[in-house]
Design a protein around this ligand. Structure first.
Ligand code: ADP
Length: 257
């Protein structure tokens, strides 16, 4: 074993200790690789908007560019994306370090879904996308952090709108399943290929970088949704068929553990 830091020559306690040590070394090494990839990702994501801003500011200072309203608003968009990116990175790092904990209160999921769908309707309307809710009549209240659940579902709904063509359909469903509540967002959008599906929760992973960057995405949205589901003791699932649509589901425990 090339990764082994110490060789295991015995079967007794010392041998077992050596094996445990080797397993830990492998884990630490793979964490280092992930960390390096994460840092490289951040650097890459920061560089692009900063380069655009710098070039434009220099152009304005040199008198080569005369700023107009359109140009200024596209520069503001770059600043907005940087701000969003920094905010999401902050939340992700706090969540992962266990420093951003859920504040559990009794939450009416059906009511929350109505609010999210209400505020998303104008955006869906711009693309003639129908957006409906299907909830069980007697959905139980759950113990959860309202802000986080709001952020999770809103993120999924915004993604569904983003990746669905004009005239498509999106449904937001909630139902109790054993001791969990399942909130599922289904769209009739572009869908995701099997080989991409397993990566969509990774940091900065985008199926089509050009398309998502143009729509202001940071590539961190689903990673955040996943971390927030985890701090609730829940999970997230993605199912999709390329060209037909996707369903993203968040499962959250009904009661506190
Ligand atoms: P982004 O900010 O780029 O949207 P996300 O983490 O929210 O980042 O999503 C990661 C990638 O997963 C997206 O870039 C997109 O390629 C894909 N994706 C997410 N939601 C959907 C969806 N509903 N339909 C198709 N593809 C999706």
């Amino acid at each position: 074993n090339l990764d082994a830091a110490v060789s295991v020559e015995r079967q007794d306690e010392v041998g077992q200790l050596a094996m445990a040590f080797n397993a830990m070394t492998v884990k630490l090494k793979s964490n280092t690789v992930l960390r390096q990839r994460f840092l490289a990702g951040i650097a890459h994501e920061l560089r692009t908007p900063l380069t655009i801003l710098k070039a434009n500011l220099e152009g304005i200072a040199d008198g080569v560019i005369t700023p107009n309203v359109e140009q200024m608003s596209s520069l503001t968009e770059e600043v907005d994306r940087l701000t969003k990116l920094v905010g999401e990175l902050r939340d992700l790092s706090l969540l992962e370090a266990g420093q951003l904990q859920a504040e559990f209160t009794l939450l009416d999921v059906a009511q929350l879904l109505r609010e999210i769908v209400g505020k998303s309707k104008p955006l869906a309307g711009e693309k003639c996308i129908s957006l409906r809710i299907e909830t069980e009549d007697r959905l139980p209240l759950i113990w959860a952090d309202g802000d986080m659940v709001n952020q999770m579902v809103y993120n999924l709904v915004l993604n569904a709108i983003k990746y669905t063509s004009d005239g498509g359909q999106i449904s937001v469903r909630a139902a109790a399943e054993n001791d969990m509540i399942k909130i599922a967002v289904t769209d009739t959008g572009i869908g995701i290929a099997v080989e991409d599906l397993e990566h969509v929760f990774d940091y900065f992973y985008r199926v089509d970088p050009a398309r998502t960057k143009a729509s202001g995405g940071t590539g961190l949205g689903l990673a955040l949704v996943k971390q927030m589901a985890l701090v609730h003791g829940g999970k997230i699932k993605a199912e999709s068929t390329l060209g037909q649509g996707s369903t993203f589901s968040v499962l959250l425990p009904i009661d506190l553990h």
